[in-house]
Every structure is written in C-alpha cells, then in structure tokens.
Design a protein around this ligand. Structure first.
Ligand SMILES: *[C@@H]1O[C@H](CO)[C@@H](O)[C@H](O)[C@H]1NC(C)=O
Ligand SMILES: *[C@@H]1O[C@H](CO)[C@@H](O)[C@H](O)[C@H]1NC(C)=O
Length: 146
C-alpha cells in the first residue's frame, strides 16, 4: 500500500513537469525571445496582436494586455496611444501628421510667414526689426535699396 502511494506521487510529479514547461498558445518566437540562452529579453512582442505583449519572468513569457486601445510599442517598451505607437511585428504604424508646406505660406501668420529671397523664411515680426534673420538678409530694408 505504501509503495503504491509513493508510485502515485511520482506519477503526479512526472505529469506536472511538462505542464509547467509548456505554455499553451505562446508562439515559439516569443519563447525564444524570453529564453535566457537565446533572446534573453525583458519584453517580447506578440506577433499576432498589437494590443498585447509578453513580460519575460525568469525566462518565461507572461501575456499582458495593453489598457484600452493602446498599442504595444517595442521601441519605448510601453503601451502607447495609437497616434504615438509603432509595432512592426503586426504592421502597426502610427498615423503621421503632415508637415506644413513651407512654399505656400504667403499671408499666413506664423513663425514662417515671410519668405526670404534665398528660399528660407522667418516670422513677420522678424521683418524690419533691424536684425538680419534671413541668411541672405532680405528681411531687412537695406537689402532692397538699389
Ligand atoms: C541575460 O540578461 C541578464 C540581464 O541583462 C544578464 O545578467 C544575463 O547574464 C543574461 N544571460 C545570458 C545567458 O546571456
Ligand atoms: C505622444 O507623443 C507626444 C510627442 O512625443 C507627447 O508629447 C505626448 O505626451 C504623447 N502622448 C501620450 C498620451 O503619451
């Protein structure tokens, strides 16, 4: 009876080990990224979901979910709001804000509202202020005297 009990304990232990060493559903590249002898990373991207990531705890990936609609961003190792986020693992690129067209700012009140003759630009408040702000000096009247 006693030897049967010991056998039962041994069988239970043998069953328990594979359960610990196999995480269901974790992609193999995530296990490799966390493996201290391979990637040895602290965080791993989820290649299938931009809204989640893995924390490597003692070499084991633990799946984590980003709050709300935020996106895991490997570069900053944080969940970022969508317009600040980039995640190549699942093809997420933050929407870019278009830079202003500096060639079409006539009459536009802003830091680049006066066009210098050399193609540069300065603010209207820098024109005729006694200081040459354009590299060619064309924001000051002296330059227009023939
Ligand atoms: C994994 O990284 C840790 C912390 O950076 C370091 O201490 C350890 O030596 C690394 N392990 C291997 C196998 O390179
Ligand atoms: C998004 O990025 C900008 C520029 O880096 C930063 O000023 C802003 O705080 C960020 N927004 C959030 C919610 O992190």
């Amino acid at each position: 009876m006693r030897s049967f009990l010991i056998l039962a304990v041994c069988v239970a232990a043998a069953v328990a080990i594979p359960l610990r060493s196999k995480r269901f559903g974790t992609p193999i590249e995530v296990e490799d990224a966390c493996n201290p002898n391979l990637g040895n990373q602290t965080f791993a991207d989820d290649p299938n979901d931009c809204g989640s990531f893995y924390i490597c705890k003692h070499g084991w990936p633990v799946s984590m979910r980003c709050p709300g609609d935020s996106i895991w961003t490997p570069e900053t190792e944080r969940c970022e709001v969508p317009h600040n986020a980039t995640n190549e693992a699942c093809g997420f690129v933050a929407p870019t804000t278009e830079s202003p067209d500096l060639g079409n700012l006539e009459g536009y009140p802003g830091p680049c509202s006066y066009e210098c003759d050399d193609g540069g630009c300065v603010g209207l408040n820098q024109v005729c202020d006694g200081v040459a702000n354009c590299e060619d000096g064309t924001d000051e009247p002296e330059e227009y005297i023939y």
